[in-house]
Design a protein around this ligand. Structure first.
Ligand SMILES: [Zn+2]
Length: 80
């Protein structure tokens, strides 16, 4: 999807390239991913990702949750 497309949700807003932050929550843990390239509707704020981006985000989120779980489990030790 290219810039200048019209939003499919509200059918009137234009889509602009943005870098967004996505937050995920799972079993009480929260992680966020910054700098995700996306198209955002100027009117209704509907977010569109390029093909394949959604998969990469969910993989990244899974890894962040793993890190977060380790920290919360108290097994986090500095590897010095
Ligand atoms: Zn819209």
């Amino acid at each position: 999807m290219k810039e200048g497309y019209i939003c499919k949700a509200c059918r009137s807003g234009r889509l602009h390239k943005r870098e967004i932050i996505q937050k995920f929550e799972r079993e009480g843990l929260e992680v966020s991913i910054d700098g995700i390239p996306a198209l955002v509707c100027e009117k209704c704020n509907q977010i569109y990702f390029s093909p394949g981006i959604g998969d990469k985000i969910s993989v990244a989120a899974n890894y962040l949750f793993m890190l977060s779980e380790i920290k919360h489990a108290g097994e986090y030790r500095a590897a010095v």
